[in-house]
Each structure stands twice: as structure tokens, then as C-alpha cells.
Design a protein around this ligand. Structure first.
Ligand code: PXP
Length: 242
């Protein structure tokens, strides 16, 4: 189980004042010292948090793999190809959303076309490519058909539910993870995961990577980023051990 720490919200605080602190590049160093297995950043088309300069510097300085989240647009794929991160995750992007709201829609040929083209371009350059999708069989089948290495299952609905509904969402995630694994895909998961809700998701055997951002950065405000990452890594370790 790998913990990839999403450091977008270090940049969110910086962009609130359009100044030069806190620097997500320093954030990556501390996340790595705390035990992050990789660093995730989402370069949004509106550049609301991570900037091109951050990706430039992180590509030079990070000691762990960079997972670059991008929309499947020609411009973003070109940028990703110039940086060549270890991994790219293709995500849907709407300007008006506060955060990524749902997984990629892959129902129609018109929807699959740009995602497939982006996947081929990235994977031809050796960039491991993952698709952020809802935990549904149709989306998993479409992803496998597109030839990606991995899917990241959207855990937002699980995170936003409680009681019986949460149990149902956990079953949905677990079944989707088995289905994706059986289809030959590596299984990642993320979105809305917190210190309180992550354990049952981390315990799903087929999930090999979690991408966690907001909750870790929120805790880091009070305890520091290195400790916040260490605390999360320890929860994941215990979830797998039990
Ligand atoms: N995975 C993907 C694809 C995302 O877009 C995000 C949010 O940027 C995350 C994981 C992390 O979500 P959170 O910040 O809620 O942990």
C-alpha cells in the first residue's frame, strides 16, 4: 500500500495571498520525510493552486514519484509530456467546481476519444497512466479497454455518506476493486479520505495506492506536515496488518 500525499492545498494557502509561501516544494520534502511514497499534484487549467513553476521544481527535487493529475486536454497532455512525471492521473475538470466532483465519464465514444488519445500519448512516453473513475463496472471495463495501467476509484461518495449508506458505498468500492484487479488494472483510490474514515478503504486488499490531500494538509496546520503524514501512514500500516 502506497501513500501518495496530495500537496495542492499547500499551494491553496499561498495563492490566497499570491505570495511565495507556503511553498509546496518544501511541503513535498516534509511529506517525504514523514513517509509519503509519492507526491500528487493537480495542475488545474485555472491554476487555482499548483502553478507550472511548482511542477518544474518538484520534477527536479522530489525524491519519490510524482503523480500529476490533469484534465485529458491537448494542452495539459503536452505539458505532462514535457515534464515526464512517473505517473499521470486523468481527471474530469469543471471550472466552477470546488474540487473534482465525479469520475471521468467514459460512456460514449466522444467521451472516451480524448481520454484514449491522452492515455496513448502519455504511455508511449513511459508515463504510467491512471484514470480517476467512479467505482462502477462500466467505467472499469471502459478503462481496461483504453489500455491504462491503473484506475483510481473515487471515494467521495463513500466519504460523504454515513450509517447504512456508508456500508453500501464500502461494498461498492470493494467490489469495484476486485473487478478492476481481475481486469488486470492496478487499483488506486482517493478523494475525501480522512484520518477517521480511511481504515476500511485501506484494508481493501486490491487497493495498492491511496491519494490523500485535504485531510493531511488540514492536520498539518496544527501538527506540522511531517507528523501529519506519519500519522496517516501509520493508520494505513495498521489497516493492512489487521
Ligand atoms: N484523487 C484525485 C483524483 C483528486 O482529484 C483529489 C483531489 O484533488 C484527491 C485524490 C485528493 O482528495 P482529497 O484532497 O479530498 O484528499
Amino acid at each position: 500500500m502506497r501513500l501518495y500525499v496530495n500537496i495542492d492545498h499547500v499551494a491553496t494557502v499561498r495563492q490566497a495571498r499570491r505570495t511565495d509561501e507556503p511553498d509546496p516544494v518544501r511541503g513535498a520534502v516534509l511529506a517525504e520525510l514523514g513517509g509519503a511514497d509519492g507526491i500528487t499534484i493537480h495542475l488545474r487549467e485555472d491554476r487555482r493552486h499548483i502553478q507550472d513553476r511548482d511542477v518544474d521544481l518538484l520534477m527536479d527535487t522530489a525524491r519519490t514519484p510524482i503523480n500529476l493529475e490533469i484534465a485529458a486536454s491537448v494542452q495539459m497532455v503536452e505539458l505532462a509530456c514535457s515534464w515526464r512525471p512517473a505517473q499521470a492521473t486523468l481527471v474530469p475538470e469543471k471550472r466552477e467546481e470546488v474540487t473534482t466532483e465525479g469520475g471521468l465519464s467514459l460512456r460514449t465514444e466522444a467521451q472516451r476519444g480524448p481520454v484514449g488519445a491522452a492515455t496513448r500519448t502519455l504511455q508511449d512516453l513511459g508515463i504510467r497512466t491512471s484514470l480517476f473513475i467512479d467505482p462502477d463496472e462500466d467505467a472499469i471495463r471502459a478503462s481496461a479497454d483504453l489500455g491504462v495501467a491503473a484506475v483510481e476509484l473515487h471515494t467521495g461518495e463513500f466519504a460523504n455518506s454515513d450509517g447504512a449508506e456508508r456500508a453500501e458505498q464500502l461494498t461498492r468500492l470493494s467490489e469495484a476493486a476486485s473487478f478492476a484487479h481481475a481486469a488486470g488494472l492496478a487499483v488506486h483510490a482517493g478523494h475525501g479520505l480522512t484520518y477517521e474514515n480511511v481504515t476500511p478503504v485501506a484494508a481493501i486488499a486490491e487497493v495498492e495506492e491511496l491519494n490523500i490531500g485535504h485531510s493531511v494538509i488540514s492536520r498539518a496546520v496544527f501538527v506540522g506536515l511531517e507528523r501529519a503524514v506519519r500519522d496517516m501512514a501509520e493508520i494505513l500500516r495498521r489497516a493492512r496488518a489487521s
